[in-house]
Design a protein around this ligand. Structure first.
Ligand SMILES: Nc1nc2c(ncn2[C@@H]2O[C@H](COP(=O)(O)OP(=O)(O)OP(=O)(O)O)[C@@H](O)[C@H]2O)c(=O)[nH]1
Ligand SMILES: [Zn+2]
Length: 220
């Protein structure tokens, strides 16, 4: 353990590791781990940023940023119930091509209700509820995500003005309310599948996501 690890951080202090290089199938990233105290006083959550430089000709644009909410089932296990896995892979590709940062938010699993509650919500969806009502039936918010940690990390990285990869207008307004300027909202739509079509239509119709091509196999 290093001297830095021994040091007791102030209660609301943002901690981070030094950047390390991670080569991957998408390209090479500069990766930083971030530890952000939860406002509730709950144990701090560890997040991770993956960044790549902008190519010549694109350095003067605000950086591309993807705020990716953790989805263990989609991101790691390749679940087809949602579009998270393909969205993550598309973001990593876009960031290595155009430069910018993927910020992987690990307190956002299940739109902020956690993994076990998300799986409980899946059970209710299998019994007929949609993704919004399933959360509500569990006595939980339809979307419990808080972007304070994301805004703190972006600010610490010097990214106060960004081009955001998202289909979710609520994500844009919440980030802007925390002091980050979103100069452009760049659609981040991936192929719909038969298995996630109902879920995506619910996101479009009830959560106002900009999803324009909801036929399996199509993307914008
Ligand atoms: N509670 C709940 N969470 C889900 C469900 N399906 C996916 N998620 C979670 O939803 C989060 C991703 O949110 P989305 O609404 O898919 O997309 P978004 O991040 O708001 O918007 P984009 O930036 O356009 O991707 C991840 O944390 C997933 O774990 C579900 O049926 N119920
Ligand atoms: Zn998912």
């Amino acid at each position: 353990m290093s001297a830095a690890d021994d040091r007791a951080p102030a209660q609301d202090e943002l901690e981070h590791s030094e950047p390390v290089t991670v080569p991957s199938e998408y390209g090479t990233f500069s990766v930083i781990g971030w530890r952000v105290p939860e406002p509730s006083g709950a144990p701090a959550t560890e997040h991770v940023s993956l960044s790549a430089p902008a190519p010549p000709g694109e350095e003067d644009l605000p950086p591309l940023v993807r705020l990716h909410s953790e989805c263990l089932t989609g991101d790691v296990f390749g679940s087809w119930r949602c579009d998270c896995g393909p969205q993550l892979h598309l973001a990593l590709e876009r960031i290595t091509e155009h430069g910018g940062t993927v910020l992987y938010l690990r307190n956002h699993e299940g739109r902020g209700i956690g993994l076990i509650n998300k799986l409980r919500a899946y059970k209710l969806q299998d019994e007929g509820a949609d993704t919004v009502d399933a959360n509500t039936m569990l006595g939980l918010p339809a979307d419990a995500r808080d972007y304070t940690a994301a805004a703190r990390i972006l600010t610490a990285m010097g990214l106060s003005s960004v081009r955001l990869l998202t289909n979710n207008p609520d994500k844009v307004s919440k980030l802007e309310s925390l002091g980050i300027t979103v100069t452009d909202v760049i659609p981040h739509e991936v192929h719909a599948r038969t298995e996630n079509l109902h879920y995506l239509r619910t996101k479009r119709d009830r959560m106002h996501h900009h999803l324009t091509h909801l036929t399996p196999g199509e993307t914008s």
